[in-house]
Each structure stands twice: as structure tokens, then as C-alpha cells.
Ligand binder design. Structure first.
Ligand code: PGA
Length: 253
């Protein structure tokens, strides 16, 4: 039985006081959500404070990125995975489409970040997803397949239970245009098949695959009703405690 994961990606939003306010507002609203793992991913500068304020709650912290390097050194502007772990972070989002698109992250870079995060004891949420043009050209599956094999190229069997995949079609991110539950299910089933071929049936059965792209309180139930959708990576609708809590407390439809 796969435990669902509902993760809020706050992107580059919120000051320190706004982040603390949202996190504290969220705390009681999701306190009884034992059916899933609840994660929020604020900006780097607020992680430590938010971690302290959430101590003892069921909300876990993710960072939105980490360095490719595993140890400290002369890497201006970078934050290493072990430094994130040091301030209470448990997960890291790697390979988000905004990083691939606007910061030129290749599968090779994504793979190094996955390795760095795992080496530091973090769990990884690795994002994959095709653009609209790729979908229209019929290459969505091969694009996702390439991202999976490129990003997860050096995984060992013991790493597998610390990997979560987020399928986020680029055309659905921040656009209000969600993939239909059937479109998402089809790609999630494909990802699970690829994982089974690359690793094992058992690892594929245990793999959590999240859907991301305009997830809202009113569409999460139908997405979560699909057999291969194990949770959501939520951007815009995670910025308000109330709407994110409604997503966390979804009921299947
Ligand atoms: P969105 O973002 O929910 O605002 O579409 C999702 C994401 O980018 O992770």
C-alpha cells in the first residue's frame, strides 16, 4: 500500500513572516491527516525558522533545489543537501521544469543533484514532464522516459525507497489547465512500467508518483481516484493554508 504524498511547492513566494504565518495556519488544518505525508517547500531563507515552528507537527519540509556537490567548497550561491538536512529538511525537489527551462538544468545535472540528495540522507522528489509541443508531436512518453533514465541513472537498489517521482506536464503548470485524470493516469502507469523495467516489479509497485500541474481542491479527488496517482505536487493552490489543507484532506471522487 503506497502512502499518498501531498506536497506544496511555494516557489519564490513569501517572506519569512508570511511563510511562518502560512505554516502555522496550516498546522491545525492538517493535524489529522494521517492518510498522507504532508510536505511544504518554502524558499531556502525561511527553512530553518519554519522547521523550528513546525516541530512536533506532521508537516515535513522540502527544499526546492540543492547543489550538485556533496561537500562544502567554493561554489558561490549554492546550498548543499547536507546543509538542508542540517536545518531540518527531509525532502528535496529536483529537476522541476522551471529549473530545466529557465536555469538550463540538464538530465546530467538532475542526476548529480539526485545523487547528492540521497548521499545526504534526503528523500528526493524528482520532476519529469513534457512540453505542449512535445505532447502534440506525440513524443511525451519518450521525453519522460529520457528524463527518468537520465535523472535516475546511477540509482542503487537501496536508494529506491527514497525516490518519489512527480509527473508535471509543463503545459499544465500555472496555466489552470490540468491534465485530465485519464491523461495523468496513462503517464503514471507508463512511468511505473519504465521503473519496473529499469529496477524491479517490487520497486515499481512501491514507487510513489505524484501529479503536478494546476491541482486544486476541486480536481484533486478525481486525480487521486486514479490507480497510479499517489499524490500531488501543488504550486499556486499551496500558497494559501486553507486551499492546501482542502487538497490534503481530499476525498476521492
Ligand atoms: P501549479 O504548479 O500547481 O501552480 O500548476 C505546480 C508545480 O509547479 O509544482
Amino acid at each position: 500500500m503506497r502512502k499518498p504524498v501531498i506536497a506544496g511547492n511555494w516557489k519564490m513566494y513569501k517572506t519569512l513572516s508570511e511563510s511562518v504565518e502560512t505554516a502555522l495556519a496550516l498546522k491545525p488544518l492538517v493535524a489529522n491527516a494521517n492518510h498522507c505525508e504532508v510536505i511544504i517547500a518554502p524558499v531556502f531563507t525561511v527553512l530553518k525558522t519554519v522547521a523550528d515552528r513546525l516541530e512536533g507537527s506532521n508537516i515535513r519540509l522540502a527544499a526546492q533545489d540543492c547543489a550538485t556537490e556533496t561537500s562544502e567548497g567554493a561554489h558561490t550561491g549554492e546550498v548543499a543537501a547536507f546543509m538542508l538536512r542540517d536545518v531540518g529538511v527531509k525532502y528535496v525537489i529536483v529537476g522541476h521544469s522551471e529549473r530545466r527551462q529557465f536555469y538550463a538544468e540538464t538530465d546530467g545535472v538532475v542526476s548529480r543533484k539526485v545523487q547528492a540528495a540521497l548521499a545526504s540522507g534526503l528523500q528526493v522528489i524528482m520532476c519529469v514532464g513534457e512540453s505542449l509541443q512535445q505532447r502534440d508531436q506525440g513524443t511525451a512518453e519518450s521525453v519522460v522516459n529520457g528524463q527518468l533514465s537520465g535523472g535516475l541513472s546511477r540509482l542503487t537498489a537501496s536508494d529506491l525507497d527514497r525516490i518519489i517521482i512527480a509527473y508535471e506536464p509543463v503545459w499544465a503548470i500555472g496555466t489552470g489547465r490540468t491534465a485530465t485524470p485519464e491523461q495523468a493516469q496513462e503517464m503514471h502507469a507508463f512511468i511505473r512500467r519504465v521503473f519496473a523495467e529499469g529496477h524491479s516489479e517490487e520497486a515499481a509497485r512501491a514507487l510513489r508518483i505524484l501529479y503536478g500541474g494546476s491541482v486544486k481542491p476541486d480536481n484533486v479527488g478525481s486525480l487521486m481516484g486514479q490507480p497510479d496517482i499517489d499524490g500531488a505536487l501543488v504550486g499556486g493552490a499551496s500558497l494559501k493554508a486553507e486551499s492546501f489543507a482542502q487538497i490534503v484532506n481530499y476525498s476521492k471522487s
